[in-house]
Write a protein that binds this ligand. Sequence first.
Ligand code: NDP
Length: 283
Amino acid sequence: VKGSSSAAFFTYFCIFCSLSHKKESLSGARVLVTGASAGIGEQIAYHYARFGAEIVLTARREALLQKVTEKCLKLGAKKIFYISADMSSPSEPEKVVQFAVQKLGSLDYLVLNHIGTNRFQEWTGDVEYTRWLMQVNFLSYVALATAALPTLEKNRGALVVVSSLTGRMPTPFTTSYSATKFALDGFFSSLRHELVMQKRDVSVTLCILGLIDTDSALEYTRGKVHISASPAPEAALAIIRGGATRAHEVFYPRWLQQLCCLWTLFPSSGNHVLRTFYNYSSP
Ligand code: NDP
């Protein structure tokens, strides 16, 4: 596995033990993973495959999905299918969920992970880009979750939403992206309340990630930030564990939780320190 480390294997072992202990094995769990052709989504797919899950993968690039599918089969996936779909099209989310339910019979986990291209640049005034990114990063998540809720509810299933530090604590050069991630927090944290109040047993896990060493993230942050990136396979395991243990929130790396608390207590100095991590000379 690209970027794997002994720490990742240790975490994997711990998840395996904690799940076995609770007799909540992921073996045979029916999972739909979005953004699964690359990056963290690809690693999520490989881990679920090792656990012996039944998986449906989605993203746009069919050739990559095909490769990830083949590797998942070798790693131990019980069943695996893929469907190519572009989440900028409002009709696709429902189609994808229907495909997954038709192929697997039902769903236990919906892992929402895909994102449209993040420009990582100053705000240029491109409102159309923000509208498009809202569709890909936020509205499609809402539509996918809505379509999957009835089947998840039947199985006491789990909704897992991949977000970012910049969806909790605004950071420079991420205006539109940050807005989509804050929107996810607002929508899914409110939905979690409602599900509890309605006694509908579907858990909602929001995953707050720091910089992760995926090709795309390294490319768009290169030369712009002084922050070291954490390994994607470990991030993927933290996400899977959060979903399996029905945690409300996952912070990866873990120290991000303390960082968010400090920032809430001391926003002004927190923002000052934050800006020192960015390479920027004003025009
Ligand atoms: P990548 O850019 O590596 O992967 C994005 C995935 O989304 C790909 O599978 C891509 O496949 C798919 N995708 C892109 N556009 C669309 C679209 N229009 N419709 C459907 N699928 C699409 O992202 P990461 O792995 O880096 O990020 C994964 C998640 O982690 C995201 O939610 C991100 O916000 C979060 N995160 C990542 C961080 C990082 O540093 N990497 C930091 C904090 C959070 P394809 O092109 O084939 O469609």
